[in-house]
Design a protein around this ligand. Structure first.
Ligand code: ADP
Length: 619
C-alpha cells in the first residue's frame, strides 16, 4: 500500500507527539512518585524520631521498671496518635511491642531481625524500606531507628510504619489527570497534525496535478499559490517552466505547421532518410509519385520500400560520400522521369535526418524535349524532301534538259509541284506556330451549325465530286447555336473533310453529322456540348496510331500521305483550334469501315436563339 504524503506527514507527526507525550508522562510520573515517597519518608522519619524520643524518655523516667505491657501500651498509644504502626524490636529481632498486634498475639509474631530496615538500623543507626506488610497486608513504608537502652544492654530498634495507600491514591489521581491531559494533548495533536499535513500537502498536491497535466501535454496549466516558502518557490519555478514549455511548444508547432505546409504544398517529392537509409519522412507529392502512403513508408529501409537499383545506388553513394549528388531515374510502371537531388543533412544517429532527397518530375520536360527534337528532325526532313527534288531537277535542266522542250516542260512541272508542296508545308507550319503562340485570337460569335457546314461543303464538294464520293449531311434540327470563330471552325471541318476525301478510295461515302453530345451518365443528351462528326468509309486508322495522329508530322503511311499532297500538319491544326474553342477532338473506328472524327464543342452561350443572341449583343 502506498501512503499519500499527507498521511505520511500526519502519522509521522502523531508518532513523534505520541512518543514525546509518553516519555514526558512517564518521566513526570516517576519523578512525582519519587518526590511523594521522599516527602512521605521525611514525615515518617520525623515521626519515628518523635516515637524514639518518647521511648527514650521512658527509659530515663522515674518509673522503675519497663514492663512488656507498659511498652505495648505506649506503642499502641503512639500508634494511634500518629496514625501509624509503632513496633519495638529487641536486638535479637524479637518484637517487644507492636501497635498493630493484639497483646495475646505478640509472642507468636515472627522474628523481625531480617527486615531490611531493622538490619539497616542495627548496622547504621537508621533504616527505611517499602514493602507489603505480612502483618497488615498493606503496602507500607517502614522507618527504623536504633534505640539506646540503659544499663549497657544491647540496643533495641523502634520502627514506625505508615501505609502508602495515601501516596498511592495521590499517585493514582495524578496518573488519571496525566492520562487525561495526554489524551487531550494527543487529540489536539491529531487535529493539528492533520491540519498541518493538509496545509503542507495542499500546494504539493496542486503542484503534482499540474506536473501531471504538463506531462500529458497540457502546457496551459498553472499553479495558483500565495505561499512564500519553498513550496511557493517550487510552484513559481514550475509555472515558469510551464510558460517556457508553452512558448517552446507553440514555436515548435508553428515551425512544424510551416514545415508541413511547405512540404505539403511542394510539387516536388521530398524524402528524408536517416543514417541507416531508413525513411523518416515523405511528403504528399512523393506519396503520389510512388503510390505509397507515409504510414507504410516511415521507418522502412529505402531500398526495401522502392526496390529501384539506381535510387539505391544514389542513396548508398551519398551515405558514404556525404556530398550532394544528383541523378535521374525512370519509374518502371508509370514510365515517369524523376530528377533527384540528394543532399546530406548532417544527422549522425538513427532517426536523425541524414539525407534529404528532392524528386522533380521531369516527364513533361523530357517529353517536350523529345517533341522538340522530333519536330526539328521532322521539319528538316519534310523541307529537305521537296528541296532535294527541286535541286535535282534544276541540275538536270542545267545539265542539258532545258534543251529538250518536252523534258524541260515535265521537269518544270515537277519543280512547280514540289515548290507548291514546300509552300504548303511552310504555310501550315506558320499557321500552327501562330495558333500555338496565341497570335491568332479566336472570336466568340454565335454560329449556326448548319450554316457552318454549308459554308465548308461549298468548297469541299467539288473535290469530293471529282473522286465520286457521296456527301451525306445529318444535322439534328434541335441543335443550338454555338459560340466560336466561324472561319476557324470552317478550317477544322475543311481539314477533316479533306482527309476523309483523301483517305477514302473513290466512290466512298462521307457523312457529316451534328448532334447534341450524349450525356456520360444519363440517356438524355447533354445541354452543354454538341458533337460534329466526320465519318468516312475509307482506309481507316489502325488503333495503335489513333492516339498519335494529332501530333505534328505523324502519319500512318508517309509515302501515301505525301503522294496525296498531305503535309502531316492538318490534324495538329485541327486539335489546336478545337482546344482553343474549349472543345475536344478524337478519332474512332467507323463501322463497318473507315474513320470517324468527333469534334465536341461547348455551347457556351447556352440554348439561345440567334435572335436572342443578337438582341443580347446590341444591348
Ligand atoms: P496529312 O497531311 O498527312 O493528311 P494530317 O495531319 O491531316 O496529315 O493527318 C495525319 C495522318 O492521319 C495522315 O497522314 C493519315 O495517315 C491519317 N489520317 C487522317 N485522316 C484520315 C482519314 N480520314 N482516314 C485515314 N487516315 C487518316
Amino acid at each position: 500500500m502506498s501512503w499519500s504524503i499527507r498521511w505520511k506527514i500526519a502519522v509521522g507527526i502523531l508518532l513523534a507527539v505520541a512518543c514525546g507525550l509518553l516519555i514526558a508522562g512517564w518521566m513526570t510520573l516517576r519523578s512525582l512518585e519519587q518526590r511523594s515517597l521522599t516527602q512521605f519518608g521525611e514525615t515518617l522519619e520525623a515521626r519515628t524520631k518523635l516515637v524514639e524520643y518518647v521511648f527514650q524518655s521512658l527509659f530515663h523516667s522515674s518509673i522503675p521498671s519497663v514492663t512488656p505491657s507498659r511498652l505495648q501500651d505506649l506503642a499502641r498509644d503512639l500508634g494511634s496518635r500518629y496514625s501509624a504502626r509503632v513496633t519495638l524490636i529487641a536486638s535479637d529481632g524479637t518484637v517487644l511491642a507492636d501497635s498493630a498486634v493484639r497483646d495475646v498475639d505478640l509472642p507468636a509474631l515472627e522474628n523481625h531481625a531480617s527486615r531490611p530496615e531493622v538490619t539497616q538500623a542495627f548496622a547504621t543507626g537508621q533504616g527505611q524500606d517499602v514493602r507489603l506488610s505480612h502483618t497488615t497486608g498493606e503496602r507500607m513504608m517502614y522507618h527504623a531507628r536504633l534505640l539506646r537502652v540503659p544499663h549497657d544492654r544491647a540496643p533495641w530498634v523502634v520502627r514506625v510504619a505508615l501505609p502508602l495507600a495515601q501516596v498511592d491514591r495521590a499517585s493514582d489521581e495524578f496518573k488519571r489527570q496525566l492520562f487525561l491531559g495526554v489524551g487531550v494533548a494527543f487529540l489536539l495533536a491529531v487535529t493539528l497534525s492533520i491540519w498541518l499535513a493538509h496545509s503542507i500537502t495542499k500546494p504539493l498536491s496542486e503542484i503534482a496535478s499540474a506536473a501531471q497535466a504538463l506531462s500529458t501535454g497540457n502546457s496551459t496549466m498553472r499553479i495558483k499559490t500565495t505561499a512564500q516558502d519553498e513550496v511557493g518557490l517550487l510552484a513559481s519555478a514550475l509555472n515558469q517552466m510551464a510558460d517556457q514549455l508553452h512558448t517552446k511548444i507553440e514555436e515548435l508547432s508553428e515551425d512544424r505547421a510551416q514545415l508541413l505546409a511547405v512540404l505539403t504544398s511542394m510539387v516536388e517529392g521530398v524524402m528524408v532518410l536517416d543514417i541507416r537509409g531508413h525513411v523518416l519522412q515523405i511528403n504528399p507529392a512523393l506519396e503520389r509519385m510512388f503510390g505509397i502512403s507515409r504510414v507504410e513508408a516511415r521507418g522502412r529501409p529505402c531500398a526495401e520500400l522502392f526496390r529501384h537499383q539506381r535510387l539505391n545506388n544514389l542513396v548508398s553513394t551519398i551515405l558514404q560520400a556525404r556530398t550532394p549528388h544528383e541523378d535521374e531515374i525512370v519509374l518502371p510502371l508509370s514510365r515517369r522521369h524523376l530528377h533527384i537531388e540528394a543532399s546530406p543533412a548532417g544527422g549522425e544517429r538513427d532517426n536523425e535526418a541524414c539525407i534529404v532527397l528532392v524528386f522533380h518530375d521531369v516527364t513533361d520536360l523530357r517529353r517536350l524535349e523529345k517533341i522538340r527534337k522530333d519536330f526539328v528532325a521532322n521539319v528538316s526532313h519534310e523541307l529537305r524532301t521537296p528541296l532535294t527534288s527541286i535541286k535535282g531537277y534544276v541540275e538536270a535542266l542545267l545539265d542539258g534538259g532545258k534543251d529538250d522542250p518536252s523534258v524541260a516542260g515535265r521537269f518544270l512541272d515537277i519543280i512547280l509541284k514540289q515548290s507548291d508542296r514546300l509552300n504548303l508545308i511552310i504555310e501550315d507550319l506558320l499557321e500552327l506556330s501562330k495558333i500555338e503562340s496565341g497570335q491568332i485570337s479566336l472570336r466568340e460569335e454565335p454560329i449556326e451549325v448548319r450554316a457552318l457546314v454549308d459554308r465548308t461543303l461549298s468548297t469541299i464538294k467539288p473535290i469530293a465530286d471529282r473522286k465520286g464520293h457521296r456527301l451525306v449531311t445529318a444535322l439534328d434540327p434541335s441543335l443550338p447555336l454555338i459560340a466560336g470563330d466561324d472561319d476557324r471552325l470552317v478550317q477544322v471541318l475543311t481539314n477533316l473533310l479533306d482527309n476523309a476525301i483523301k483517305y477514302t478510295p473513290g466512290g466512298g461515302t462521307i457523312t457529316i453529322r451534328g448532334t447534341p453530345s450524349p450525356s456520360p451518365h444519363t440517356a438524355e443528351p447533354s445541354l452543354n456540348t454538341i458533337d460534329l462528326i466526320v465519318a468516312d468509309t475509307g482506309i481507316g486508322i489502325p488503333e495503335k496510331d489513333r492516339p498519335r495522329i494529332f501530333e505534328r508530322f505523324y502519319r500512318v503511311d508517309k509515302a501515301r500521305s505525301r503522294d496525296l499532297g498531305g503535309t502531316g500538319l492538318g490534324l495538329a491544326i485541327v486539335k489546336h483550334l478545337v482546344e482553343g474553342h474549349g472543345g475536344q477532338v478524337w478519332v474512332e473506328a467507323n463501322y463497318p469501315q473507315g474513320s470517324r472524327f468527333v469534334v465536341r464543342l461547348p455551347i457556351k452561350g447556352g440554348k439561345r436563339s440567334l435572335a436572342q443572341w443578337n438582341q443580347d449583343s446590341t444591348v
